[in-house]
Design a protein around this ligand. Structure first.
Ligand SMILES: NC(=O)c1ccc[n+]([C@@H]2O[C@H](COP(=O)([O-])OP(=O)(O)OC[C@H]3O[C@@H](n4cnc5c(N)ncnc54)[C@H](O)[C@@H]3O)[C@@H](O)[C@H]2O)c1
Length: 269
């Protein structure tokens, strides 16, 4: 069996840049027709243009995942043009924060509205379309922050933990229709959201020291997982969160293994 997604239709939110754009590109390279949604019109137009320039099938839609009226319009348009929706990737997300005592209410609300409510509203619109065909794949962006959160990440970590539990509940509700619902937890992938790779070297070293595979993640590390979860190979996986963080804090101090490896004659890291 091959990962065969040829001719399927996917909706990917937050596809204007970053991981979402890479997910859209990777699915499209597997033969998927991808509806790319983003609240930044110019970003998503440009991103879809890049993909179509590569000969891939991509349709841009300006869509804020907090706006249910617009979501319904977009989802109806995709379903009408493509005859249904096979895959929904709720990638759109924001990460704003600060310590609880100084965290602004509007920042709390933004994290909850985009990350949690946005995921809920997209699922609410797409689930009935998938149910008609008695099949579908829903894949939600959680975060390693839902496993071990960072200092100052209360709003973000709480929102991503909510995505995890939402995923499990929806998996239970949609199981009878053969629709799987999973989420994934990336660790540290340099993007415009976090600028990890542009931080001072000492700060980068401290962050890398938390990783079992001691290098930044790539956007396509996530995109490849999405392809697998969207495929027939993953037909018996639902209601779970998959860690795609390079083994972040898999052991208490991952760096110890690298020090031991250097002593054993491995090249420096
Ligand atoms: N990069 C990482 O290391 C990392 C780690 C863990 C989780 N994640 C999650 O992965 C997802 C993508 O992250 P990224 O690093 O590519 O971020 P990014 O900021 O580069 O991209 C996010 C995209 O979502 C879009 N977006 C934001 N709000 C939206 C809204 N209301 N409606 C529609 N689109 C909206 C943005 O315009 C942007 O195109 C997010 O959910 C993020 O929380 C990323």
């Amino acid at each position: 069996m091959l990962i065969d997604l040829n001719g399927k239709t996917a909706v990917v939110t937050g596809a204007g840049r970053g991981i979402g754009k890479e997910i859209a590109r990777t699915l499209a390279r597997e033969g998927v027709i991808v509806a790319m949604l983003d609240n930044h019109s110019s970003l998503v137009q440009e991103a879809a243009g890049e993909l179509t320039g590569e000969g891939l099938q991509a349709l841009p839609y300006e869509c804020d995942v907090r706006d249910f009226v617009r979501i319904e319009e977009v989802v109806a348009d995709v379903a009408l043009k493509q005859g249904g929706i096979d895959i929904l990737v709720n990638n759109a997300g924001v990460a704003g924060g600060g310590p609880v005592e100084t965290l602004k209410e509007d920042m709390w609300d933004l994290n909850m509205d985009v990350n949690v409510k946005g995921t809920f509203l997209m699922c609410k619109a797409v689930a009935p379309i998938m149910k008609r065909r008695r099949s579908g794949r829903i894949i939600n962006a959680a975060s390693f922050a839902a496993i071990v959160p960072s200092y100052g990440s209360a709003a973000y970590a709480a929102s991503k933990s909510a995505v995890h539990q939402f995923t499990r509940v929806l998996a239970g509700e949609l199981g009878p229709w053969n629709i799987t619902v999973n989420c994934y937890a990336p660790g540290m992938i340099p993007t415009d959201m976090n600028h990890f790779a542009e931080q001072p070297p000492e700060r980068q070293e401290r962050l890398l020291d938390t990783l079992t595979l001691r290098h930044w993640g790539e956007k396509d590390d996530v995109a490849h997982l999405i392809c697998f979860l969207a495929s027939d190979f993953a037909g018996y996986i639902t209601g779970t969160m998959i860690d795609v963080s390079g083994g972040k804090l898999a052991t208490q101090i991952p760096r110890v293994a690298y020090e031991a490896a250097v002593k054993a004659g491995a090249h420096e890291f």
